[in-house]
Design a protein around this ligand. Sequence first.
Ligand code: ZN
Length: 176
Amino acid sequence: MNEKLTFDDLAQQYDHLESRTQMENGRKVTRFISYVHTRQGNIERSQWQSMVRELIREAGEEELFQQLLEWTGERTRWLKTKKARENYALELHASRIFDKEEWVDFVPFNRKYRPDRLTSAGLVPVEADCCRKEFITTLAQIQNGIGTVCCPYCGRFSNYKKKGNGDKDGCDKEKG
Ligand SMILES: [Zn+2]
């Protein structure tokens, strides 16, 4: 019996492209085949997409996937087709991006869709030098050694200062 695959098994490590040349109608034709390199090895992309979709179904995370698709769809104008946007969201879902406190969208994404996830995150109020407006980010993002933080108002990576935290909790928990 096969061991059950996990999202970690299918997380994309890099793209892999292979060319295949064959004779078609008396001519040599070269086609490129896209693979996803994972710790399971290279998996042909459309097969990999089905495998990730299956895992999402088994995990009962279809709603979360739709949320991620909606979120990334609004922010990935360079992806022209629905298929490309779905592929991108599958890559992010397999990497469990929504649980990574280093992700620049960790706070806004989870605030919108999974407010409970923020209660267990290391959050810190900061003010970026660019817009001089306060916002909440994660400790993971300001401890990355870069010295800048992604400003949600303008999208730039800017110098910042931590804000004195008068409130016990800057992030209101929504009741659901
Ligand atoms: Zn800004």
